[in-house]
Design a protein around this ligand. Structure first.
Ligand code: ADP
Length: 300
């Protein structure tokens, strides 16, 4: 097979691991920078151009789209979909997952546990918003923040009000969320490939930090997969229409609560914590799906 990894940086750990895993299974892997692609829209002959040539003979793509370039990245993924190329993440699922409120709406419909969340539109609603999630402390989040940037813990109603006003003053939409104190600065990421959770890790923020993001100096360790975590991770992934996902949860007194589902989850943290070859799981999944598609075509 010829597998394209859509990545803006071929040197990234995840990109390199996927290239290696594909090679190990006898496939040809190419890294394509989606930001340097152009789309050609024409009836019946959709195409993608890269470095002035038409990209063809690609059997599958593995999108690794950074949060800052979601829109253009999704256009390129969509173009490959029109060309009937298999993708580990469809464009619609990527853009759904990138919007925290939209994801939470979809997840609530699927019956997945969620932290109580409200959306702020205008500062005059602030007091009510804080009360709606059970009063302070509350967590305030930018709608499209990532890596813990734009996630603030407000201990008092006063702090919450000024934070919300500061964000909305900058024309940013925010979510106000109940603070899950019992998770004590830890969260859990379940890594899903197809219908399976291939690894679970617990992340702990540095001393005094309520955010456990690895990018913010958090540490990760493998933990056992419980039926609750498994059900939550698989249901959330399916609800958003993703095939590969990192499902981030807080473990609360009422069970796992999903904060966010990542459509381009990094491989470094999970592979190092679990010592599992997750890149190989992804390539294996691509192989299986393409084989299943081929048998569909010949009617097997
Ligand atoms: P980002 O997408 O920017 O990583 P998250 O919503 O995942 O933002 O939040 C970052 C971190 O903050 C989480 O990993 C978690 O440790 C902590 N956190 C987020 N929301 C809550 C909450 N409601 N209660 C307690 N901790 C939270």
């Amino acid at each position: 097979m010829r597998i394209a990894i859509l990545s803006a940086n071929p040197k990234l750990y995840s990109t390199q691991r996927l290239v290696k895993a594909a090679g190990k299974r006898g496939h040809e892997a190419v890294v394509i920078d989606h930001m340097k692609c152009q789309v050609v829209i024409e009836n019946d002959r959709p195409a993608v151009l890269y470095q002035n040539s038409v990209i063809d003979s690609i059997d599958a793509i593995i999108p690794r789209i950074g949060a800052s370039v979601t829109d253009y990245g999704c256009i390129i993924v969509r173009q490959f979909e029109l060309m009937k190329v298999f993708t580990t993440a469809k464009s619609q699922a990527i853009s759904r997952a990138r919007n925290k409120l939209r994801s939470l709406q979809i997840l609530s419909k699927a019956g997945v546990g969620l932290p109580k969340t409200v959306m702020a539109n205008h500062p005059k609603d602030v007091k009510q918003l804080i009360e709606l999630v059970g009063g302070p402390p509350v967590v305030i989040k930018l709608l499209e923040g990532t890596q813990g940037i734009g996630v603030v813990l407000a201990e008092t109603a006063k702090a919450a009000k000024s934070t919300i006003e500061a964000f909305t003053g900058l024309k940013q939409n925010v979510l106000v969320q109940e603070y899950i104190a019992e998770s004590k600065g830890t969260d859990v990421r379940a890594f899903v490939v197809g219908n399976q959770v291939v690894g679970v890790m617990k992340r702990q923020g540095p001393e005094g930090e309520f955010r456990s993001n690895l990018h913010r100096g958090g540490r990760a360790e493998a933990i056992p997969l419980t039926p609750e975590i498994e059900w939550t991770a698989l249901t959330a992934t399916k609800a958003l229409g993703l095939r590969v996902a990192g499902v981030d949860m807080l473990i609360s007194n009422r069970g796992p609560l999903v904060m966010e589902v990542n459509s381009s989850p990094g491989l470094e943290g999970i592979e190092k914590a679990t010592r599992r070859d997750v890149a190989d799981d992804i390539i294996n999944f691509v192989e299986e799906k393409i084989r299943a598609d081929e048998s569909d075509i010949v009617g097997v």
